[in-house]
Ligand binder design. Structure first.
Ligand SMILES: [Zn+2]
Length: 677
């Protein structure tokens, strides 16, 4: 749907280091940027970003690709969504092509729901400022909550008119189907004595759109403005194909880069709390909306940081929710701190009363670790009752046992023992027992899950495809490359084939000088494109690649060359097939770069890889090595066939063939030696 030339414009404008540094903290070293890989756990950076090549590559887990690929992996964007994200970042307008009726039909239900939700968000936001009721009721409410226009726009807030079917009619008139608006939850369909009636779910409410991490509207939370007790204060969209309340975090899209930058996430209870924290400069704040915290929401946070500070209300339900959240966060391997606001205050009211700077300082000064927080709360309740005190100890033991890191665990035990004035040894033993209990429980659970999910047919050891046939080489390639391994050892010529493909992708569109003869037979030197030389050699000798992925890439070179097109490394880094992009990126990156300082200090002269002589040598070597390897393969095959041959004539032919091969092999060997020496 995005025109080709726009895609090119987006890719040209994109600076990969700018895109990635919104999610990963990067440091410049030499020509590249380095940081800790967001795709696997690591403490020392092995994740590199090359601005000149436009690619990233992790030397720890092997993930690699261009900016689009990064967004698809990290943000779970589709290809067009990644492009839209970049277009938005670089202010490039996308004039999407009008959909033909067939394309319209092909839109999945998900797409339709995304479109309806986006339409609704824009409609509500427009009414907030441009409709009399919107201004007098909706906007007045937000102003009364002291929200600025900036933050109202940042969160896309809006107003739904207090009429039965204003939104529904507008949506239907704008071409959205009744089915779509009902499925999105924005419209309710009711049977009324045989006639169906449609009416707006959120009528008369201020609207908080809920965005997913990639910035698409997936649902709404609407707050009622009348004080009528018959209506729920907040109404949320029902779960749909695109919205699942236990997976969504309010504010994650607006907060995620601040969370990554500060390596910390503030978790609050309500939508308004999130918005006022952002307004107060604490932009790394999110809330679990319409539900108590779930493990799926924690996993979403964990994509950006493993440090969470809870900022719950100081009232009884707030404390109860915080205590529950602590155990859940620890179970998911997060580090937890807690800020408790004074009685009657929540993050929003505190910020309003005392201002931005005060709340920033308050949070900094009052974040305590979970042990101090929880013992404080529980001990206050227990008083001096010895029975209650031992219950508190047991409760603390269970929570500390959830901490995965042994060193941290003993630190917390020490702290807890000192606060509660109990023996450290007793606590340690208690924690050890609790860990054992948890392990047993996990083991039983995993056995149960395994039993449920394994049926007798699935217990085969051989890999097989869905229809029960043996997997093809392409299947295996695809599945191994999903793990980002490009060295399947079952291709005998893998190494040699890979070198050729790597040469094509890296230097295919460059020229090298090769000796040639003119009409009179004099030796002259001519410039040739590497692509032309390689394609000529491979087709001339009728060489086939064993690795089907390499064969496909080679075919693309050959086909384009026939039409007079040269393919550049950028073409492959931006290739439409993910597997090709990943392969290209991994072939383009250099694992080690010498830092500028090092270079100056020792004045090391490193051969430039795009030096023509180096490329010419590379071409010469790789091509001969591939031919040599293919020849060895043929010799082995011929010898195998010779074993089975009985007919004397047949034997003679095969022997002659082997002889011929051996001669060529000798010649290539000589040639290779000459180059090496
Ligand atoms: Zn990695």
């Amino acid at each position: 749907m995005i025109p080709r030339d726009t895609i090119q414009k987006i890719l040209d404008a994109t600076h990969i280091e700018e895109v990635i540094s919104d999610f990963v903290s990067l440091h410049k070293r030499g020509a590249n940027y380095w940081g800790c890989c967001p795709f696997h756990n690591e403490k020392t950076p092995s994740f590199s970003v090359s601005p000149s090549k436009g690619i990233f590559k992790c030397f720890g887990c092997g993930k690699a690709g261009n900016a689009v690929h990064f967004l698809m992996e990290h943000e779970h964007f589709s290809y067009p969504d990644a492009l839209r994200y970049l277009a938005n970042k670089y202010n490039i307008e996308i004039k999407e092509k009008e959909l033909t009726p067939e394309e319209q039909k092909a839109l999945t239900e998900r797409d339709t729901l995304f479109h309806v939700s986006e339409f609704a968000q824009k409609d509500f936001a427009d009414l907030l400022y441009n409709n009399e009721d919107g201004r007098n009721i909706g906007l007045a409410y937000f102003y009364e909550r002291q929200l600025s226009d900036d933050v109202i726009k940042k969160f896309g807030l809006g107003y739904c008119l207090d009429e039965w079917e204003a939104f529904t009619k507008h949506a239907l008139n704008s071409g959205y189907s009744e089915d779509a608006i009902v499925k999105s939850g924005l419209t309710i369909r009711k049977d009324d004595n045989g006639t169906t009636k449609l009416y707006d779910r959120f009528r008369g409410r201020v609207m908080f759109p809920i965005f997913n991490a990639s910035g698409r509207v997936i649902g709404f939370s609407g707050r009622v403005l009348t004080s009528e007790k018959t209506q729920a204060k907040y109404v949320n969209s029902p779960d749909s194909e695109i919205y699942n309340k236990s997976l969504a975090l309010y504010g994650i899209f607006q907060a995620k880069s601040a969370i990554t930058r500060q390596d910390l996430c503030y978790l609050v209870e309500g939508n308004i709390d999130v918005i006022s924290m952002h307004q107060a400069g604490l932009e790394n704040t999110v809330a679990s909306c319409g539900t108590s915290l779930t493990k799926e929401q924690i996993r979403l946070i964990k994509r950006y940081t493993s440090n969470v500070t809870l900022m719950y209300d100081g009232d009884a339900p707030g404390i109860k929710a915080a205590i529950r959240a602590i155990d859940l966060l620890l179970t998911e391997g997060m580090k937890v701190r807690v800020v408790l606001f004074p009685d009657d205050d929540d993050p929003d009211s505190y910020a309003k009363k005392h201002g931005s700077e005060a709340i920033q300082n308050f949070v900094k000064d009052n974040a305590t670790d979970f042990v101090r927080f929880k013992t404080g709360i529980l001990l206050k309740d227990a008083g001096n009752d010895p029975l209650r005190l031992s219950e508190v100890a047991a409760e603390m033991v269970n929570t500390i046992a959830l901490v995965g890191d042994m060193m941290e665990r003993s630190e917390f035990i020490r702290e807890c023992a000192s606060i509660m004035k109990v023996s450290e040894k007793d606590l340690t033993q208690g924690v050890a027992k609790a860990i054992l209990r948890n392990k047993e429980k996990d083991f039983k659970e995993s056995q149960r899950v395994a039993q449920e999910s394994t049926t007798p047919e699935q217990q085969e050891t051989q890999p097989s495809t869905d229809d029960g046939t043996a997997p093809s080489a392409t299947d295996i390639i695809t599945s191994t490359t999903e793990k980002h391994q490009f060295l399947p050892s079952f291709f005998p010529c893998e190494e040699q084939e890979k070198k050729i493909i790597s040469l094509l992708i890296n230097n295919g569109d460059q020229t090298i000088t090769m000796p040639s003869k003119d009409e009179d037979g004099n030796e002259i030197f001519e410039e040739y494109y590497v692509e032309a030389l390689v394609v000529g050699d491979i087709l001339g000798d009728n060489i086939k690649f064993d690795n089907p992925l390499y064969q496909r890439i080679f075919n693309e070179f050959a086909e384009q060359l026939q039409q007079g097109n040269l393919l550049s490394s950028q073409y492959f880094v931006n290739h439409q097939e993910e597997i090709v992009r990943t392969l290209a990126a991994s072939m383009l990156s250099q694992p080690y770069t010498i830092s500028d300082e090092w270079y100056k200090k020792y004045l090391i002269s490193v051969p430039m890889p795009d030096d023509k002589a180096v490329i010419a040598n590379d071409y010469h070597d790789s091509m001969l090595n591939l031919k040599m390897k293919k020849l060895e393969q043929k010799i082995t095959e011929a010898k195998e066939q010779l074993k089975d041959a009985t007919d004397p004539e047949d034997i003679a032919i095969r022997l002659g063939q082997i002889n011929q091969y051996e001669k060529i092999k000798l010649a290539i060997g000589k040639e290779l030696n000459r180059v090496i020496s």
